[in-house]
Write a protein that binds this ligand. Structure first.
Ligand SMILES: [Fe+2]
Length: 267
């Protein structure tokens, strides 16, 4: 059992079988789901991998305190939790399926997202394609541990990889108006990079040959910019910060206004 109350700001815990257990006063307004091996096969480095379990990760949507339900609805924001057990998919670390977000109607800008690690060690892998979705033009990787926050700028495809020995638990705030786009990543059999456990036991990065002319992946750190440009302190859970001041999440539904701040995240 892992108690997430202090790190997340919400009374909840992760059970030994990787479920989220909400304590009294916490509600879940979205649909939870389990990602199965059969759904992940198209994006695996080794499609014949036989992990020790079929259920690869769990997502819980629309979590909040009962008393914050109206505030999140009015602001078109939702808080989700993703639980990714430390199992190997052959030589590849367990990961999410990956998607882009659809552009906001009438614009060329998609909804961004903000993540926070609640437990374990994550690698957030982000990639941006050219407007025709033919060539990958930017690949970013952010390593993050408990309390670290990472913002996905608009129009980046993304996955989360569990590169640690513990269960990885992440939270995210996102617009309730966003729509995921899974096909572009499935068509390419995954992201541009696979994260593999090397012979030394450390993550190594293998190119997905379905992406031609790849740029070099850039490893970045982000906490400073999330604080200086977006107002999220490393010490305070992002749930608590956003409920206290919902204006902090204005960028999720009005990303065009924050173009300058977003461009600094990837530099
Ligand atoms: Fe997303």
């Amino acid at each position: 059992m892992i108690d997430l109350t202090k790190v997340s700001g919400l009374p909840m815990e992760v059970t030994d079988d990787f479920q989220l257990n909400l304590k009294p006063g916490v509600v879940e307004s979205g649909q939870k789901f389990v990602r199965k091996l059969s759904e992940m096969e198209p994006v695996l480095f080794d499609r014949k991998a036989k992990p020790e379990q079929e259920e690869l990760y769990h997502v819980y949507r629309g979590i909040s305190l009962e008393s914050d339900k109206t505030l999140t609805a009015v602001n078109h924001i939702q808080y989700d939790v993703t639980i990714i057990p430390p199992i190997m998919l052959g030589d590849e670390y367990n990961k999410t399926l990956g998607h882009y977000h659809q552009n906001i109607e009438g614009s060329t800008v998609a909804h961004p997202e903000i993540y926070e690690v609640l437990n374990g060690k994550a690698l957030f892998l982000l990639q941006k394609m050219d407007p025709e979705m033919k060539n990958v033009i930017t690949i970013l990787a952010f390593e993050a541990g408990a309390g670290d926050k990472v913002i996905y700028p608009p129009n980046y495809g993304h996955i989360i990889v569990n590169i640690g020995a513990e269960v990885l638990v992440t939270a995210n705030w996102i617009s309730t108006d966003y729509k995921p786009l899974y096909e572009p990543i499935k068509e390419k059999e995954g992201m541009a990079i696979y994260v593999i456990r090397g012979k030394d036991g450390q993550p190594t990065f293998v190119k997905n040959e379905n992406y031609e002319n790849q740029p070099l992946m850039r490893k970045l750190t982000m906490n400073d910019k999330v604080r200086t440009d977006f107002g999220f302190d490393a010490q305070e859970p992002m749930y608590t910060a956003a409920i206290r001041n919902p204006k902090l999440l204005e960028f999720l539904n009005n990303p065009i206004k924050y173009a300058v701040q977003f461009s600094s995240l990837s530099s």
